[in-house]
Design a protein around this ligand. Structure first.
Ligand SMILES: [Zn+2]
Length: 289
């Protein structure tokens, strides 16, 4: 068909083809350059129990395996991996003009300390129905508080240890009583004396303070923004109330042994919504600028 066209038409056709080739070639190259040159700014360890903190332009949209992740007005966002997370994640940042940057994250597998304890009396293993009902009510209240997603971006500014003390319990460890595995331990336990001051690990808003939960006793939850929260268990006292704004380092509570605790200590937990995060990993997060 081309051979029947006059030479000028042939020339024009060739030029048009060439230009369309160069355009598509150029746009491909440009797309490649975008995803290679502007790597995603992230802080945190890609490990089971790890919290990731990212920074991007506030106009950009962020998705994790297709689910949208909220970005604060300062461009901060967070997400985390559960204790036994075995998934791979596609983190996608899309800019207003449609440019996309993708990063694959596969949390590193961890080994946890498992203790097997035999010969526990049945009465200790099975609390009475009234206690069970109270514990269920406590759990509902805690879950509701952790669902709250605020615009705060304090989670992006780094965390400090809430008390100075020897670490006596770690995230992920699990006890198996008479062959029955109990819930893993999700907190970081610090040795302490009743009354020792507990500081806010990051700034935020007090979401919950209940002095007498069945298992966890004096329980406080602080919101650090976008579903990232701190929980303190077994407290003997609180110096703040629900709704109060607290600053990083501010003394908010006192160590205790309330609830089902063997002795005074601080149990500090971190959540990203329902996902239980390792506070020890959160302490290593470097703020991004
Ligand atoms: Zn604990």
């Amino acid at each position: 068909m081309v051979s029947t066209l006059n030479p000028l038409t042939k020339l024009l056709l060739a030029a048009a083809l060439l230009s369309s080739f160069t355009t598509s070639f150029a746009s491909n190259t440009q797309q490649k350059l975008v995803s290679q040159s502007s790597d995603i700014a992230l802080s945190g360890e890609v490990k089971q129990g790890g919290l990731m903190v990212g920074k991007t332009s506030p106009q950009n949209t962020v998705t994790l395996n297709g689910k949208s992740i909220a970005v604060t007005s300062s461009g901060d966002y967070a997400f985390g991996f559960s204790r036994d997370d075995k998934q791979s994640y596609q983190l996608v940042i899309t800019s207003v003009n449609g440019d996309r940057v993708t990063k694959t994250l596969t949390p590193e597998k961890r080994e946890y300390n498992i203790q097997r304890i035999e010969g526990i009396k049945k009465s200790i293993m099975q609390p009475n129905p009234k206690s069970v009902a109270r514990a269920q009510q406590d759990s509902k209240q805690v879950k509701a508080a952790r669902k709250i997603s605020s615009e705060l971006s304090y989670f992006a500014q780094g965390f400090i240890a809430p008390i100075k003390g020897t670490i006596t319990g770690v995230y992920g460890s699990q006890r198996v009583y008479n062959g029955v595995p109990k819930n893993p331990h999700y907190g970081l336990d610090y040795a302490g004396k009743t009354g020792d001051p507990v500081k806010a690990p990051a700034s935020g808003t007090v979401l919950l303070w209940v002095p007498d939960m069945f298992y966890s006793g004096g329980t406080m939850i602080i919101d650090h923004g976008q579903g990232v929260s701190s929980t303190f268990l077994h407290l003997s006292n609180s110096y703040v109330k629900q709704g109060d704004k607290v600053k990083q380092g501010q003394v908010v509570a006192a160590v205790g042994k309330s609830g089902r605790a063997t002795g005074p200590h601080l149990d500090w937990r971190i959540n990203w919504f329902k996902v239980k995060i390792d506070p020890a990993l959160v302490l290593k997060i470097q703020p991004l600028h």
